[in-house]
Design a protein around this ligand. Sequence first.
Ligand code: ARG
Length: 392
Amino acid sequence: MEKVVLAYSGGLDTSCCIRWIKEKYGLDVICFSAFIGEVPDAKKLNQKALKSGAKKCYVYDLKKELAQEYILPSLFAHARYEGKYMLATSIGRPLIAKKLVEVAHKEGAKYVAHGCTGKGNDQVRIEVGVRTLDPKLKIIAPLKEWEFKSREEEIDYAVKHKIPIDVTKKSPYSIDKNIWGVAIEAGMLEDPWVEPPEDAYVFTKNISKTPDKPKYIEVEFSKGVPVKLNGQALPLVDLIESLNILAGRYGIGRVDMIENRLVGIKSREIYEAPAATVLMAAHEEIESMVFDRDFLHYKRLLSEKYAELVYNGLWFSPLKDALDAFFMHHQARVTGKVRVRLDKGTMAIVGRCAKKSLYKEKLATYSKDDEFDHTAANGFIKLWGLPYEGSR
Ligand code: ARG
């Protein structure tokens, strides 16, 4: 029998996908599960997939790969979609697409499948990713074609076919999580006027539950890479995970926004990205010390473009690669330390130092130690304003 490799999460949708694809397409289903956020019980997940009708289930720990190949470039790029969203889900999907293709090749499968709906950005990221990497693979997206109109109908189908499903009450929200952040949507959040209830949040504490006293932390970067947290050297994944807990405890990194999806609709999204929020602000701060004005201002334009490309599913594209090269080019200079105060849902950079700092106190000072040549300003202003003299 021909094979299909399905991106499997163990949830209701992808569990039903296994059986549904077998029936509809007559294919052997190989599941592939990536963990990039919470670590699932691989053995249980495997059993669940097999019980649902899969032939095999691969469970890969991809956190390290996510951190090195996807988070770091996004951090160097200061990538935030529409200035706010840290792109956690958007960078997880191309990695999943890449692995789907790899497993398909390993298994000699001609098909891949996923559990995304036809309304979101995730389908685009996965399908464009797969087609970029191997256009010969055929893609099956059951949720875009099956007959089920509601979750209840899916549950009926699961019960009828003895597909194991969780009996625990499902969260009313759609949640997607990895170590760079959580995306929460649907349920009552669909009303943009309604304030997100506390139970919608996963990573962060409500301000009323955060500690009374502020906390000072230090993040150290070496060549752009965060390497130490409070003086302790940590591997990147551990550093991000620790910082998620630490900054999450102070309620840092919540975003509530109306976002423009690629498919044309506006959606109300809640995000939590405690570590990403701190690390990006800290990284930007070091850059502000070591780069000149032109570089910094120009980079902002490119950051916006980069975020847009990534959000729109074009991770594996020439422009994105070229922008990565641009952002990477001077990271060797980005070595230094940032002191951050976490307090009641806000973070503030309160101190910064960098090995290659361009900041010169002798020039900036208003004290008697001032070495700035004030007389030079006259000639400068004269010429700077020359083109406009008397023009109004
Ligand atoms: N709107 C965000 C994005 O497009 C988050 C999507 C979350 N996905 C999910 N399946 N809940 O990146």
